[in-house]
Design a protein around this ligand. Structure first.
Ligand SMILES: [Zn+2]
Length: 47
């Protein structure tokens, strides 16, 4: 089994930990465009 991974040509929603802003991008953004906070993949459930 491979880890869950999105196709690179498919846009994935990412949510900012700090401000909750959601953006879609083809690759994982390093930081929020608004506040510079850490982004997480919304399709990945939090434990
Ligand atoms: Zn933010």
């Amino acid at each position: 089994m491979r880890d869950v991974e999105q196709d690179h040509d498919e846009e994935t929603p990412y949510e900012c930990f700090a401000c909750g802003k959601v953006i879609t991008a083809e690759s994982h953004p390093e930081n929020c465009q608004d506040c510079g906070g850490e982004m997480r993949n919304r399709l990945t459930p939090l434990e």
